[in-house]
Design a protein around this ligand. Structure first.
Ligand code: NDP
Length: 325
């Protein structure tokens, strides 16, 4: 029996993504076989494709997120059963496939009101927004926060959720069209481009600056983000869309006002199953209540994942993107 998967045999551009037949895996102890109805596209998939992040071995099926139906479970599985509608996000890679096996304790059951495309779009980006806003820095009503790539997948969720919490959101985007999208999803103010970021933040906050910056852009925005923080502010550097941040002289944190710096990752915040379930349930809650709308603004056949990667890297996507097996 075979299944179809997008695999890479070498790191490189979108052209290394190949649509291939692979043997259908069998679930071992503690594992479940999931038939994907939808697969999530995330910027981390680009990092694994280029080699910025390491896959365990080549060839490799990349992809970190999916939603579908449990086909079979291995021995000792208690979390899910055959026939369950499920979703997941996080490692190990392997989601760009019509079927995959995954540790059953990484799966969560999808609520009846959430369809597969929404499930595949929201798990990685939405659970990331959850931990960023509720744990990395616990955003309070009345605070003003700064969100980079505000019209992107994580960005649109951050804007809506932060507004729902009562925060004032300043978004940063690269075009006026994206500014409109960010504004329509909760951003109170939007800055186009980061050339004068700190000056704009100063103007918008009457000189107070912000207590937290959520920066997923990395290399290009690290300095302007630090300059936008209030004394004792927290720099949350959680992604590298423009390239990784070069080594930092920690003295800069003192010079700019006793700042804090963190480089968090979803894996840490959902390592324990109890944390995974709590984060997912919090996300399902805001989505089912309508406070956060998951925008699947692009879909591609899974077989055309290369075109999806091209669009994502060329900054042509907004909101979330789903690959359809
Ligand atoms: P997005 O939909 O946000 O796409 C990336 C966006 O980054 C682009 O649309 C673009 O928005 C902006 N960007 C800025 N500079 C560049 C550049 N040089 N090249 C390409 N894009 C650029 O992707 P995701 O929502 O999937 O992910 C957002 C970020 O969050 C990524 O960096 C990802 O790695 C990170 N992430 C981190 C997690 C963690 O736990 N640490 C978990 C999930 C995501 P614009 O045109 O408006 O500038």
């Amino acid at each position: 029996m075979t299944t179809k998967a997008i695999r890479i045999h070498a790191h490189g551009g979108p052209e290394v993504l190949r649509w291939e037949d692979v043997p259908t895996p069998e679930p071992g102890r503690g594992e479940a076989l999931v038939r994907h109805e939808a697969v999530g596209l995330n910027y981390i998939d680009v990092y694994f494709r280029t080699g910025l992040y390491k896959v365990p071995h080549l060839p490799a099926t990349i992809g970190m997120e999916g939603a579908g139906v449990v086909v079979a479970v291995g021995e000792g599985v208690t979390e899910v059963a055959a026939g369950d509608r499920v979703a997941y996000a996080g490692g190990p890679v392997g989601a760009y496939a019509t079927e995959r096996v995954i540790a059953a304790d990484r799966l969560v059951k999808l609520p009846a009101g959430i369809d597969f495309q929404t499930g595949a779009a929201m798990m990685l980006q939405g659970m990331t927004a959850q931990y960023l806003l509720r744990r990395t820095y616990r955003v309070q009503a009345g605070e003003t926060i700064l969100v980079h790539a505000a019209a992107g997948g994580v960005g649109l969720i951050l804007c809506q959720w932060a507004r729902h919490l009562g925060a004032t959101v300043i978004g940063v985007v690269s075009t006026e069209a994206k500014a409109d999208i960010a504004r329509a999803h909760g951003a109170h103010h939007v800055i186009v481009g980061h050339e004068h970021l700190a000056a704009e933040v100063k103007r918008l906050t009457d000189g107070a600056m912000v207590p937290v910056v959520y920066d997923s852009v990395g290399k290009d925005t690290f300095g302007p983000s630090l300059d936008s923080l209030a004394p004792l502010g927290l720099m949350v550097s959680y992604g590298n869309a423009s390239g990784p941040v070069p080594p930092v002289d920690v003295g800069i944190l003192a010079a700019k006002g006793s700042l804090f710096l963190t480089r968090p990752t979803l894996a840490t915040y959902t390592a324990k199953r109890s944390d995974l379930v709590a984060v997912a349930n919090d996300l399902f809650g805001v989505v089912e209540a309508g406070a956060v709308k998951i925008r699947v603004n692009q879909t591609f056949p899974l077989a055309e994942a290369a075109a999806a990667h091209e669009a994502l890297e060329a900054r042509r996507t907004t909101g979330s993107t789903v690959l359809l097996p």
